[in-house]
Each structure stands twice: as C-alpha cells, then as structure tokens.
Design a protein around this ligand. Structure first.
Ligand code: IPM
Ligand code: MG
Length: 375
C-alpha cells in the first residue's frame, strides 16, 4: 500500500522547514520500510505568484486525492495588497472548507527541557498536556451573510455571521469526547452563551450528545470563552481536552501555545469525517506558527513544529503510531541535549540552524532505532 502525501511548503519559512521534514521522511523510508508517494505543489503567496490565485483548482484536486496534506505556512508582506478574495490565507481556508476538515487538533505540550522558555512560572506549566479541538469549517469564519456595505449616511458597515447547526456542533464534540477517552477523560467546552444564541445552542448540543451517546465516562464541563482565556493562564492543568468554535479556538489555541513557550514547537492536525467504507479521514497537518517572513531564508526557523505535524500524520493518517512515538521521543532527546534554534534558546545551549536541527534529529532517530534493534 502506498501512502500518498501532498506537500505544500507555502511561504516564508515554509519551504526551509519542509526540507527538514523531507530528510525525516527519507530516513523513515530507508530504515522503517514505509514508503511515501510524495507530490509537491504551491499554496498561498507562492501560488499567487505562479498561478494567480492562492489555491488553484488543480492543487485543490490533489488535496482531495492525497491520504494527507502537509502544509508549511502561508502569507507575508509581499501579498498584503493583493485582492482580498485571493489573499494567501484564502487558499488555506479553502482547503479546510472544501475538504470539510471540521476538527482541528492543536496540542499544547510543555517539554521539560523547554520549561524556562515560557513566560509563566515553571510550577504552573510543568508537565502540561492540553489538546484543543477547534471547530474549523463553520462559525463566523464562513457564515453568511458577510461583507462590507455602504450605508445611506455615507458610513460603511462591516458584518459577519456566527452560525452553528446541531450537526456541526455534534461532530466536533464527538471527536473531542473520543479523544478524551484516550487521554485523561475530561472535556471542557467553551462558548459565549451568555451573549450569543449560537453559544447557547453549542452548550445545549454538547450536553445532550454527552448524555445521548453515552460519553458519560468522560467528565464534561462548560466555560464561557473569556473565562476560559483567563483560566488557561491561571491554572492550565485543569484542562485536558478543550472543545470550542472556530473563532474562540483560533484565539485560545494561540494562548495555549504560548503557555508552552514557543509556537515553533507546536503541530496541528485538521481532520474530516471518517469514510464509512475505509474509515479513512481527509486530513491536513500544519505547524501552528506562521510564515515568519522576518526570519525566512536565514536558516533560523525551528523545523520541529512541522516535523511534529508529520508525526501526527503518521499517527492519524498512516497508522504508524510507533514511528510517531519514536519521532516525538527523538525531539525530547534532542531538546534534552540543549540543541536549540533561536526561538527556544536558553543559557548554556547550542545554537542550531534549521538544517542542523534536522540533522541532529536524524542522529537521535538513529540512536533510538539502533537501540530497539539491539534489544
Ligand atoms: C490559524 C491561523 C488562520 C486562522 C489564518 C492564517 C487564516 O490564524 O490557523 O490559526 O485564523 O484560522
Ligand atoms: Mg490562528
């Protein structure tokens, strides 16, 4: 069986971090006998330059066909003035929507070796492991009507619509409950039901599903999103799985990411519904960090978030959980040795370039692999 993978490096640091993932994939093919059928294409600003749009129909079709898509990052000042409809972000949003990738998994994990990289006190964040499940294809990101209109008095009015249906809420809540069962068994659902009808419905539907589909072994709690933002800083350990809508998820996941000290470390997975016949889900994996145009092309970017995103692909799309475990362990080992890119630099550590980091990770993988073979 071949594992098809579409790589979309995108803009800014996307291409250079992706080059490191390529090294890892080659290593896996050589040492683990798992092969990948890789296609590469353009997205975001790079696609605007080449195809005149941030996601061409042809590229979208490749996304539909692939077992998984691995995306670097999109955007940069170069495209600040392009038509809003074809801006780099629009390409990313179109993939999410067209592939119906409604469940966005964003783990926020504190690595022991990086505990000092966080602005929070070590005691508050030590051992932290939160999984944010963000709804990704609904809400105010896609709600209609939307637009900017002219008012008779000469003013303009910008408007967007926050909307959620029962089934949209149910399917993402189900993912959160299922994942909680494999973790610490706790789900907190965040909305603004004190202000928004869509939030009231969200809470009602999540509560009903919890009962009806017998997720009662999972502990469910609810929080208003603003309180949740505060609680994430006050006592993040109270959270295991956090399920929330598209906009609150965007914000809370950035906040949770910063608890860990570096966006350069955090992966994500965006999953669609399981195919009833094959059980396979459409999927896209991407680092949580952006395109970081200010450091692009200088060998300063941290490739670990993208590499860890590929580890998520190994787990969720390619059924290679054991290799994903090795890869994650290799990251821990590497950090333990004090090898760091600038974003996670600390006293007494060694500065590594993007490609040094990839090479060092390969050495760690080799070591883990040899140890396992010797055993
Ligand atoms: C994210 C990003 C995107 C979003 C942007 C780039 C459109 O912030 O993935 O969190 O808002 O969803
Ligand atoms: Mg965001």
């Amino acid at each position: 069986m071949t594992n098809s993978l579409l790589i979309l490096p995108g803009d800014g640091i996307g291409p250079e971090v992706m080059a490191e993932v390529r090294k890892i994939i080659t290593w896996i093919e050589d040492k683990k006998g798992v092969s990948f059928d890789i296609t590469e294409d353009l997205v975001g600003g790079a696609a605007i330059d080449e195809y005149g749009t941030s996601l061409s129909d042809d590229t979208l079709e490749k996304c539909q066909q692939a077992d998984a898509v691995l995306l670097g990052a999109v955007g940069g000042p170069k495209w600040d003035d392009v038509d809003y409809a074809i801006r780099p972000e629009a390409g990313l949003l179109r993939i999410r929507k067209e592939l119906d990738l409604f469940a966005n998994l964003r783990p926020a994990i504190v690595f022991d070796a990086l505990i000092d990289a966080s602005t929070l006190k070590p005691d508050v964040i030590r051992g932290l492991d939160i999984l944010i499940v963000r709804e990704l294809t609904g809400g105010v990101y896609f709600g209609e009507p939307r637009g900017i209109e002219d008012l008779p008095n000469g003013e303009k009015r910008g408007f967007n619509t926050q909307t959620y249906t029962t089934s949209e809420i149910e399917r993402v809540a189900r993912v959160a409950f299922d994942l909680a069962r494999k973790r610490d068994g706790r789900v907190c659902s965040a909305e603004k039901g004190n202000v928004m009808e869509s939030g009231r419905l969200w809470r009602e539907v999540v509560t009903a599903l919890h009962e009806r589909e017998s997720f009662t072994d999972v502990e469910l709690s609810h929080m208003y999103a603003d309180n949740c933002a505060m609680q994430l800083l006050r006592n993040p350990h109270q959270f295991d799985v956090l399920v929330t809508d598209n906009l609150f998820g965007d914000i809370l996941s950035d906040e949770a990411a910063m608890l860990t000290g570096s966006l350069g470390m955090l992966p994500s997975a965006s999953l669609g519904a399981a195919d009833p016949d094959t059980g396979k889900r459409k999927a896209m994996y991407e680092p949580v960090h952006g395109s970081a145009p200010d450091i692009a092309g200088q060998g300063k970017a941290n490739p670990l978030a993208t590499i860890l995103s590929f580890a998520m692909a190994l787990r969720y799309s390619y059924d290679q959980g054991a290799i994903a475990d090795d890869l994650e362990q290799a990251v821990q080992n590497l950090l333990g040795k004090g090898i760091r890119t600038a974003d996670i630099m600390a006293d007494g550590c060694t500065t590594a370039t993007t490609s040094d980091m990839g090479d060092a990770l390969l050495s760690e993988l080799d070591a883990i692999h040899q140890k396992a073979q010797a055993a």
